[in-house]
Design a binder for this molecule. Structure first.
Ligand code: ACO
Length: 428
């Protein structure tokens, strides 16, 4: 027999079904609440609110578990490639050889962007943040594919998803080239997904450039770790905007904007900014731990804490190890890594952080790897967006293909002025 929960309100008792997920998570189905009682729910920050059922990604914040389509992140990080993971997220299963080749060829065939779109870069000031460029360019793609961006048309969906995966690295690399005044480098489809991106970022016409396999692997790993994270702020934005049946380019552009904020994906840039300040002020990590605890200060330890993970972030564990490996193999030393380690140690032994279950998240060490491989700080959140692209696409696809999807439209409790009469300007 299916479980129910009872709610007593006034003289009414209503029964609400309990929905159980495949990992035993339970949710109260309140879809009849307003109709039966006139009540709505209030839940600041959606701390207790499920917005959908989903088959894509499972995470257990207490146990530090993250799985894409059932596969543990640790296994995917060790064995898979980012394109393979992208296929898995979008289509639900790991591809066989033939499926993968078709997918890879499709992605590879669409890497160039329209020559006219390149001219748009000229409209941005040299010091534009690359996230401003990325979000604008991704949205602008809808102008170029007007005839094939109907979200209800399966063929249009397929081509839009492919174009986004293919063109995002090109658009991202061009935003970097724009900022340093170097010529754009056309994509090279003989290279891997990540190799092609690195070539577009770092090669110049005047010199030969060879992709370093170590850098290629490190970046591929980072993209895998960022590929999806169930209903976070940017993914929920993608689902919400997509539910209005906006085209996929516009929908993903809104997700990119949500990711930009420093409490979300923008934290990776904020971590490095913070570590640099600590370094410049003499490297006293304890001073900054104290500041983060001070309720009169708005300072927080960036890269620390997570809405869902209350034990450890499994991505951070993998990234910390990768960070040590990459720097050692590259023979690089980064004083910011030492500061990061000290800061982590100081915070993890401080009761403020222990009691609130605040641990390093995915963003804490990722920036050190990006720095080591030459990616400028302002590009870090763009890297996150590149990694998250298949996740946003997969979540959008699941939402738009579900015949029961309704437009997302929360309610409110109004607390403003009650009805009053308009007063002429001279009489106010
Ligand atoms: N430094 C200091 N104190 C913190 C931090 C932090 N990084 N994070 C949370 N706290 C404190 C809060 O002040 C609060 O304390 P209180 O109970 O005394 O009021 C308590 O811990 C709970 O914090 P909330 O802000 O209520 O937790 P929430 O789940 O809303 O926020 C968030 C999660 C936004 C990630 C938060 O931990 C934070 O701001 N971290 C820093 C930014 C960051 O690294 N963001 C990246 C997250 S991962 C991602 O999006 C990819």
């Amino acid at each position: 027999m299916s479980e129910t929960a009872k709610l007593i309100f006034g003289d009414k008792t209503i029964e609400m079904p309990v929905i159980t997920g495949s990992e035993g998570e339970k949710a109260l189905d309140i879809s009849r609440l307003r109709g039966d009682t006139g009540l709505i729910t209030m839940d600041d920050g959606y701390m207790n609110t499920g917005s959908c059922t989903s088959n894509v990604t499972f995470l257990d914040g207490e146990k530090g578990i993250l799985r894409y389509r059932g596969y543990p992140i640790e296994q995917l990080a060790e064995k898979a490639t980012f394109l393979e993971v992208s296929y898995l997220l979008i289509y639900g299963e790991l591809p066989d050889k033939e499926q993968f080749e078709i997918f890879r060829n499709n992605v590879v065939r669409h890497t160039m962007i329209h020559e006219d779109l390149k001219r748009l870069y000229d409209g941005f000031p040299k010091d534009s943040h690359p996230m401003a460029i990325l979000s604008s360019m991704i949205c602008t793609l809808s102008g170029y594919y007007n005839d094939s961006s109907d979200p209800l048309n399966p063929r249009h969906r397929e081509i839009s998803m492919t174009r986004l995966l293919s063109k995002t690295p090109t658009i991202a690399a061009y935003s970097h080239k724009k900022s340093i005044g170097q010529p754009f480098v056309y994509p090279r489809n003989s290279l891997s997904y990540v190799g092609n991106f690195l070539n577009m970022m770092f090669s110049v016409p005047a010199e030969d450039y060879e992709v370093d396999p170590l850098v290629e692997k490190a970046l591929d790993l980072l993209l895998i770790l960022h590929a999806d994270h169930e209903q976070n702020c940017s993914t929920s934005t993608v689902r919400l905007v997509g539910s209005s049946r906006a085209n996929l380019y516009a929908t993903i552009a809104s997700g990119i904007c949500a990711l930009w904020g420093p409490l979300h994906g923008g934290a990776n840039q904020a971590v490095i900014d913070m570590l640099e300040i600590i370094r410049d002020e003499g490297g006293d990590v304890n001073k900054f731990v104290q500041l983060a605890k001070d309720k009169n200060s708005t300072f927080r330890l960036m890269g620390f804490g997570h809405r869902v993970y209350k034990n450890f972030d499994p991505r951070a564990v993998i990234i910390k190890k990768a960070c040590d490996d990459v720097l050692r193999k590259m023979g690089k030393q980064d004083p910011l890594l030492d500061i990061a380690r000290k800061l982590e140690e100081a915070a993890l032994t401080d009761s403020y952080f222990v009691d609130r279950k605040l641990y390093p998240n995915v963003d804490f060490y990722s920036g050190i790897i990006y720095r080591a491989i030459g990616i400028p700080t302002e590009m870090f959140t763009v890297m996150f967006a590149m990694g998250r692209m298949p996740g946003w696409i997969a979540q959008w696809k699941e939402m738009i293909e579900n015949p029961n999807t309704k437009i997302g439209r929360p309610r409110q409790v109004f607390t403003g002025a009650q009805s009053r009469n308009y007063v002429e300007m001279g009489k106010r």
